[in-house]
Design a protein around this ligand. Structure first.
Ligand code: NAD
Length: 363
């Protein structure tokens, strides 16, 4: 059970020297159990933006490795989404159901203040809109709230919309198809994004095969969308036109790759490739992979609008739909250069990052 504890003054903040990142801090607060890393990867494009993940990491080393990787990924994601933001991320170590108290989130907010607005946080795995409201009690550097002048709420439905835009681009590139009618889609994970994605695809006429560990979500998908259920171990091998990983990272690896039957992979999960070589293997196997940080940017586009102080839903929707155009360009270049789309996306991000850094140096 989550219980509240009084606010404390036991916050300890240590700055870590990590030369690949602009700033990394380790925050501990014995009174609330807060043990977190916050990493700012790069602010050349603007103040860093990225969510806060709450997870029972096996060790501090594992949590640190994750925050470094995720914050770098946010730099790339924000660049490809055309946002005026750099990349940052926070991870809190522990089981959110056991230690995720309002006091812990308030202490986390106090730690955010020490970064003086160079990083704005938001929801990620294990953190809810309600949790972020508690962070907001102690810091202004938080987005994804459901109250306030520019509140944008849960980013997941917008992430799902971006995934649909990306799937559309993939269908068009691969088959010249402009419609989802009777297109078979396998969705792994029926959480915040996966379930919303199923709803959108069902309305567009797609036929769904779904997998999750949560029986209730599976039953809902069967009742509401007429979905077919696959066992968690079988979804990767499902005979579908598009596979949408919407659960775990690292799901595309040398072990899983031979089992994948879908000619297109397009889903929301972060860090789907266990490593870059797996992306190359997918390309050689004639499987079109939509780079995860490009296709799943809908949520951060939504959050960035809130951060700007002027939330305009229609403007956000237009920006989210542009994910499709970005992917079309990446797929076309991949075909032309005979290289995996993830290599092309990385290259575009790095080119833009170098240009922004050069401008900063010249200024
Ligand atoms: P979530 O925690 O709400 O949902 C994840 C779902 O996956 C849960 O229902 C869980 O039961 C299921 N799951 C876990 N292990 C599974 C397995 N082995 N097989 C099948 N299902 C399994 O998370 P979410 O917010 O929906 O995010 C999903 C993914 O998308 C994550 O990787 C997240 O990092 C990424 N993402 C989310 C957003 C967002 O706006 N929420 C934005 C960008 C990226």
């Amino acid at each position: 059970m989550r219980t509240d504890t009084p606010a404390t003054r036991t916050l300890a903040i240590e700055t870590l020297a990590i030369d690949t990142h602009e700033q990394v801090i380790h925050v501990t607060d014995p009174a609330t159990g807060l043990n977190a890393f916050i990493a700012i990867h790069d602010t050349s494009m603007g103040p860093a933006l990225g969510g806060c993940r709450f997870w029972p990491f096996a060790s501090e080393d594992e949590a640190l490795a994750d925050v470094l990787r995720l914050s770098r990924g946010m730099t790339f994601k924000n660049i490809l989404a055309g946002l005026p933001h750099g990349g940052g991320k926070a991870v809190i170590i522990g089981d959110p159901r056991k230690i995720g108290t309002p006091a812990l989130f308030r202490a986390f907010g106090e730690a955010m203040n020490t970064l003086e607005g160079r990083y704005t946080t938001g929801e990620d795995v294990g953190v809810s809109v309600a949790d972020m409201q508690h962070v907001r009690e102690t810091t202004p550097y938080v987005s994804g709230l459901d109250s306030g002048p520019a509140a944008s709420g849960d980013p997941s439905p917008l992430t799902a919309r971006g995934v649909v835009a990306g799937m559309r681009a993939a269908l068009e590139h691969r088959y010249g198809l402009a419609s989802f009618d009777r297109v078979k889609v396998g969705v792994q994970g029926l959480g915040h994004v996966g379930f919303a994605l199923c709803g959108l695809l069902h309305r567009l006429g797609a036929q769904l095969t779904v997998a999750d560990l949560n029986e209730t979500q599976l039953r809902r998908a069967v009742t509401e969308f007429g979905a077919t259920v696959a066992a968690p171990d079988d979804i990767l091998a499902a005979r579908v036109d598009i596979l949408a990983p919407c659960a775990l990272g690292g799901i595309l690896n040398p072990h899983s790759l031979p089992r994948i039957a879908a000619p297109i992979i397009a889903g929301s999960a972060n860090n789907q490739l266990s490593d870059d070589e797996v992306g190359d293997m997918l390309w050689r196997a004639d499987i079109l992979y939509a780079p995860d940080y490009v296709i799943n940017a809908g949520g951060v586009i939504n959050v960035a609008a809130e951060s700007s102080g002027h939330y305009d839903k229609r403007q956000v929707m237009r920006q989210v739909c542009r994910i499709g155009g970005t992917l079309q360009g990446i797929f076309a270049r991949a075909k032309c250069e005979d290289r995996s789309p993830h290599r092309i996306a990385d290259e575009i991000a790095l080119e833009r990052l170098r240009a922004a850094r050069a401008l900063q140096t010249a200024a």
